[in-house]
Design a protein around this ligand. Sequence first.
Ligand SMILES: [Zn+2]
Length: 170
Amino acid sequence: MYPQKEFGNSSFKSSWFNEFPDWLEYSIEKDTLFCFYCYLFKPNSEEHGGGNAFVGGGFSNWKKKERLQTHVGKSGSAHNRARIKYETFVNQKQNIDCVLFKKSKRTKEEYRIRLNGSIDCVRFLLWQGLSFRRNDESEDSKNQGNFLELLKWLCDHNNEINAIFLNYCI
Ligand SMILES: [Zn+2]
């Protein structure tokens, strides 16, 4: 999925993705790196390890590769707290499905499709360096922001996903 070459004149290597497969995202449009976890569950910028480059404008200081590890930091770091929030977000619903309601296989599969559809949209926005949301996300807004508009586009072009999302507010 990622371009298997070095990018432009920079020394960014696609092999870095192998080192940080869970969170490293490359924005083709901005030629910068982002953190998937911190982008979704933004910590306060002032307490963020290695600055907030991986969240705000993106990171492109190719000569300082060690900043990637600095960004991850120790167990209580802002990045790791964002990671835990993400993992909780993903697991929470699964646990509810399993433990409380003993939902059918079909329901779980639908949940997985909804989650993957949403996450794919987020990743696409990251790659393209697009903003996530806008102020007016109400249902009658003409433009609900990139994320919701992209999700609607995905639904419009995929009957299976559309049928599943129709049952839920997005
Ligand atoms: Zn991060």
